[in-house]
Design a protein around this ligand. Structure first.
Ligand code: NAG
Ligand code: NAG
Ligand code: NAG
Ligand code: ZN
Length: 321
């Protein structure tokens, strides 16, 4: 989650101060020493105790038998994806009204506002934000929701203001069928938004459900954390699904290939836009009712592969990363 508003402020500061660095990038970035993640601790809440992402240690997750499948409404509607934008930090898709999330452990109904992604550099270099037992997946999809349809700025003032659904995406050459087709169709839009700041109106034939594929909505990890981009507000209820969505490797490769971090179509490729793992401190990760710690997973034939998520928020309501 990135706060777009800050970029405007920083531009102004640069004009006033004549500072010579990071002018186009804003005050934070992923890959450069002077603005990369280690420097974020001085921004907003990024140095606090409830940060995201984390490594989910499945053997330490506490089984919570009240955590039922999440309930989604409208996610099968293919007309809900609106504007797709290259923010220079991610690709953000604004969602239309009427996508609702509820379920155990969520204190209210949450409304989806936007989705975005984190990635590495193609199938060979994974870039999910959350990890599971140290494993990093190819990409991570974050669907960002606010509590009771709050505006983003209201949600940032509520310790449970935002719920993010996080889905791991794994590059797989055996990915085929409806889900693979949906990702191919969705990613065709990326070449239209190569430059930072460019956007395109998606003529979508794809629903959120199509992108989620057959993800089991009953198998997830739950913990309380933060936005994974500055200002790292500690307002997020994370739901990280255990089973990755399998997506063709070439689709995973389109993200770093097509997208640039500046407003030049030959600018640097947008790669490795994930925040490093944060400490759990005194928090507990809960496992949904049908997930079992690995040590007692005798009934589970699939490996426990959680997913996590992330979120981005912007004070202007441009949901960020
Ligand atoms: C299980 O989840 C419910 C709903 O979030 C919560 O009230 C309860 O404290 C949790 N129990 C444990 C053991 O974490
Ligand atoms: C949710 O909030 C948005 C933006 O403020 C508004 O346009 C929309 O009508 C709201 N939806 C409902 C169901 O109240
Ligand atoms: C964790 O520590 C924070 C203060 O740093 C405290 O507010 C919170 O209640 C603690 N949570 C648990 C589960 O102990
Ligand atoms: Zn995110």
């Amino acid at each position: 989650m990135a706060l777009t508003r800050v970029q405007g402020i920083s531009t102004m500061v640069l004009l006033l101060s004549g500072a010579c660095y990071a002018a186009v990038e804003g005050p934070w970035c992923y890959g450069e020493e002077h603005c990369g993640p280690p420097t974020w601790v001085s921004l907003g809440h990024c140095g606090e105790m409830r940060q995201s992402p984390i490594d989910i240690i499945t053997a330490k997750a506490v089984l919570n038998s009240t955590l039922d499948p999440v309930t989604l409404s409208g996610y099968d509607n293919y007309k809900k994806l609106r504007d797709m934008k290259n923010t220079g930090k991610t690709v953000n898709v604004i969602l239309k009204d009427g996508l609702l999330l509820s379920g155990s452990g969520l204190p209210d109904v949450y409304t989806a506002k936007a989705l975005h992604f984190h990635w590495g550099n193609g199938a060979a270099q994974p870039g999910s934000e959350h990890c599971v037992d140290g494993k990093r997946y190819s990409m991570e999809l974050h669907i960002v929701h606010t509590r009771n349809n709050m505006s983003m700025s209201e949600a940032l003032d509520d310790p449970q203001g935002i719920a993010v659904l996080a889905f791991f995406v794994q590059a797989s050459d055996s990915a085929k069928g409806k889900t693979a087709k949906a990702w191919e169709s969705f990613s065709k839009n990326l070449e239209k938004i190569a430059k930072k700041g460019s956007d395109t109106d998606i003529k979508s034939t794809v629903s959120l459900q199509d992108l989620m594929g057959r993800t089991n909505l009953a198998r997830y990890y739950r913990y309380s954390g933060s936005l994974t981009t500055p200002n790292c507000n500690e307002v997020v209820i994370w739901t990280v699904f255990a089973d990755p969505i399998l997506v063709p490797s070439k689709v995973v490769a389109y993200f770093p290939l097509d997208l640039r971090t500046t407003d030049s179509s030959v600018g640097p490729h947008l790669v490795n836009n994930f925040r490093p793992l944060q400490r759990l401190h005194n928090r507990t990760v809960e496992a949904s009712a049908i997930l079992k710690p690995r040590s007692t997973a005798s009934q589970t034939s699939q490996p426990v592969a959680p997913i996590l998520f992330f979120l981005g928020v912007s004070a202007l309501g441009v949901l960020p990363i």
